[in-house]
Design a protein around this ligand. Structure first.
Ligand SMILES: Cc1cc2nc3c(=O)[nH]c(=O)nc-3n(C[C@H](O)[C@H](O)[C@H](O)COP(=O)(O)O)c2cc1C
Length: 201
């Protein structure tokens, strides 16, 4: 089993999502000997934002041979290949300003690629990412799940579904900035869920 593990928190030891997602990987290793994990730390090493040249190259016809476009898609090709080669996508992300951090959006912009992860046909959009499961671990300072402040889970469900990843499990640690007791409770609850998920993954 190959896991692509994305960490999107800018924080280090104090990060709730880094701790929870590392715990999931640790537990999954107990179940799956020889588990292969690619760790893509976009929180500490954000992918570049897409540019004018990027858009030109990504949407150029396959037989287009313009030397100025050479190398422009280098990051995107590498990140997309990582995504296509995994069985499980694990995204660990804080909620920032009701949604995802900019570094995770930058990663999404690099991997949502025409003719690689989706295709435009006469019938509409055809998702090209097949047979993958996703686990999204989030942390929120407040309690927003199921409210109209949550632009994170609906967005991630929509964009991952757009490229073909529809088997998605979310685990939220909520209320982590509401006090020490609440933070501990949220982490304990989320950890317990993740241990159970790892057993059945
Ligand atoms: C810039 C910034 C924006 C945030 N925006 C929200 C928010 O909109 N809603 C919320 O519930 N918590 C918000 N928080 C709190 C974080 O979601 C919370 O601290 C979470 O634990 C961060 O994940 P991490 O510990 O893995 O970094 C914000 C925190 C930061 C630093």
């Amino acid at each position: 089993m190959k896991v692509l593990h994305i960490d999107a928190s800018p924080r280090t030891v104090r990060s709730v999502t880094r701790k929870l997602s590392a715990g999931f990987i640790q537990n999954l290793r107990l179940k799956v000997p020889g588990l292969q994990v690619t760790h893509r730390d976009v929180g500490h090493h954000p992918p570049p934002f897409i540019s004018d040249a990027w858009v030109g190259a990504a949407f150029a016809p396959a037989d287009h041979d313009d030397p100025s476009m050479k190398g422009v898609l280098h990051h995107s090709d590498a990140l997309t290949a990582e995504l296509l080669s995994c069985d499980t996508l694990l995204i660990a992300t804080p909620m920032h300003n009701f949604s995802i951090p900019a570094c995770l959006k930058a990663w999404i912009d690099q991997v949502v690629r025409t003719d690689m992860t989706f295709k435009l046909t006469e019938e509409g959009v055809e998702p090209l990412v097949k047979g993958k499961k996703a686990l999204v671990v989030t942390s929120r300072g407040g309690f927003v799940a199921g409210t109209d402040f949550d632009f994170q889970e609906p967005y991630l469900r929509k964009i991952l579904g757009f490229i073909g990843i529809t088997d998605i499990t979310f685990v939220h640690a909520e209320g982590v900035n509401s006090g020490e007791k609440e933070r501990e409770a949220a982490m304990t609850q989320a950890s317990a869920k993740l241990i159970e998920l790892a057993k059945g993954w």
